[in-house]
Ligand binder design. Structure first.
Ligand code: UN1
Length: 505
């Protein structure tokens, strides 16, 4: 572990504030990063005070005034160099992510791959920040729109994807000409420090230290400063609905912009014509991967009643073969939850399930024989009226709900406050297209014969309703990081008015 931490520049006690340079001794509290696998301390971090916050913001604003005038393709070239650095450190960073979050190594490295992918995407995007041109109704007039950088933006990320979600935001915002102030979850501060250490030499070498900055601290301090700060035109926040509502209302009050990527309560509908083996594989990864702690985790299976028993038996069998343990060990498919609170929350949810008439047909116990925040994944036979089905419990609990026809399935599917990801398993074109139609899934992501989690970066990522409506990563999500300007140029010798208005002539 020592060499790993050394490669990533992690010391026993680290500064948690970068403002174009590491702030030597930030004034905030000390945060300790705990390995959820064995409850031991990995390293500690000095968090930011209000004074440190001011340094980060003023630096980000100063760097923005230069960065915005640096040509976008050249900004892209710097993202290319960053992408190469991510590649170089994929193994080490993936291992640290695994250590700090408890996700298995394959997923830790997969997360770094997601960072590489979005950095590569940003390189290409840097030559494609295109606006439309329009035909003016006036003679010898040209009309077009152009996109300008927004400013210094705030990026608030959650513990479960401590690298990738920052990269979705930072890589895209940076090619758009923005500077970034990153407030990661205080549960995973070391990944953030490691990432900052990886990108710093590249940004410094190119004369742009401080395009991407870091501020580690609590939501009630640093988070609150960021969302209230008029100088920050955009806050992109990933986390719970409660957090998102706070961010949305405070930033909305000052007419700032937000990108909100909040909880999911994702369902997969399994039709009786589905390829069952393929379905089981997708469902197990979707429900148990990252120990059920993805916002895209499959939480509800809506199953056609005539295959419920067969499917349940196969899932049970698959669950029984899942090895739970040290996330760094080969063959392990499920690591611990992030902390004790997460385990307690799962146990509270399971109690509620029982009280509401659900039956736990597999797992659900706290694993007491080993250290660390371990649980067994749980399978629950649920009734569609159970109130708990409306909630996102950030743990590996999978509800099985029976349905008769596709109409009922879609009704059950959509009948939750959240709207992030969704899936249908079927071989029928008619079922698939119905699910994808205007009266089908109401989510931001809808898949056929693919699970709810594990999205590629090329598409826009995000969801509807209580998920917050934001979109990040690929497609045209970049537009949220820029301001649009509509421009009309008159190259005639006349002064015609739009709508043919005659004004004194
Ligand atoms: C998250 O859980 O916040 O689609 C992000 C996925 C990953 C990203 C998850 N690519 O599951």
């Amino acid at each position: 572990m020592k060499t790993l931490l050394k490669e990533l520049g992690i010391k026993t006690l680290n500064s948690g504030v970068y403002a174009g340079h590491w702030i030597n001794k930030p004034d905030g509290d000390t945060i300790v990063s705990i390995n959820p696998y064995n409850e031991t301390e990995i390293a500690a971090v000095l968090s930011a005070s209000k004074k440190d916050y001011e340094k980060v913001v003023s630096n980000s604003l100063e760097v923005f005034s230069k960065w915005r005038m640096y040509p976008a393709p050249k900004r892209g070239e710097i993202m290319r160099q960053i992408s190469l650095e991510f590649r170089k450190h994929k193994k080490a960073l993936g291992t640290l992510i695994s250590l700090e979050t408890g996700k298995i190594l394959a997923e830790g490295e997969g997360e770094v791959q997601e960072m590489i992918d979005i950095a590569d995407f940003a390189v290409g995007l840097s030559r494609q920040l295109c606006g439309f041109t329009m035909h003016s109704e006036r003679e010898k007039h040209r009309m077009y729109e152009q996109w300008h950088p927004l400013g210094a933006i705030g990026v608030i990320t959650a513990f479960n994807f401590p690298g990738a979600v920052w990269a979705w935001n930072a890589m895209i915002a940076a090619v758009c000409g923005d500077t970034i102030i990153w407030k990661p979850s205080a549960k995973v501060p070391l990944t953030a420090i490691a990432v900052q250490n990886i990108i710093n030499p590249v940004l410094e070498k190119n004369g742009f230290a401080g395009v991407m900055n870091l501020i580690i601290g609590g939501g009630e301090t640093i988070g609150e400063y960021l969302i209230h700060d008029k100088r920050i035109p955009l806050i992109s926040a990933t986390g719970s609905f409660v957090m998102g509502r706070r961010v949305g209302s405070v930033v909305g009050e000052r007419l700032g912009r937000t990108i909100l990527e909040l909880g999911g309560n994702n369902a997969a509908i399994i039709m009786d014509d589905a390829n069952i083996d393929l379905t089981v594989r997708a469902v197990v990864f979707g429900a148990v991967g990252t120990a059920g702690q993805r916002c895209t985790t499959t939480r509800r299976l809506v199953v056609q009643e005539n295959i419920l028993e067969q499917l349940t038996n196969k899932i049970k069998k698959a669950y029984a073969s899942i090895k739970i343990g040290n996330p760094l060990e080969k063959g392990i498919l499920m690591g611990p939850l992030i902390d004790k609170q997460a385990v307690d929350n799962m146990m509270i949810a399971l109690e509620k399930i029982k009280n509401q008439g659900g039956s736990i047909i597999y797992g659900g116990s706290r694993l007491k024989n080993k250290k660390g925040y371990f649980v067994e994944p749980a399978l629950v036979l649920a009734k569609k009226e159970m109130p708990i089905l409306q909630e996102e419990t950030f743990a590996p609990i999978l509800y099985l709900i029976a349905f008769r026809d596709i109409k009922e399935a879609i009704e059950v599917h959509n009948n939750v406050p959240q709207g992030l990801s969704s899936a249908m398993f079927t071989k029928s074109l008619i079922n698939a297209e119905t699910f994808l139609s205007h009266e089908g899934s109401d989510c931001g992501i809808a898949n056929i014969n693919i699970g709810t989690s594990g999205a590629e970066i090329g598409g826009a990522f995000g969801g509807e309703k209580d998920t917050g409506g934001g979109r990040e990563a690929g497609s045209d999500a970049w537009k949220a990081y820029m301001r649009r300007q509509t421009t009309t140029i008159n190259f005639s010798n006349k002064m015609p008015l739009a709508q043919g208005i005659k004004f004194g002539d």
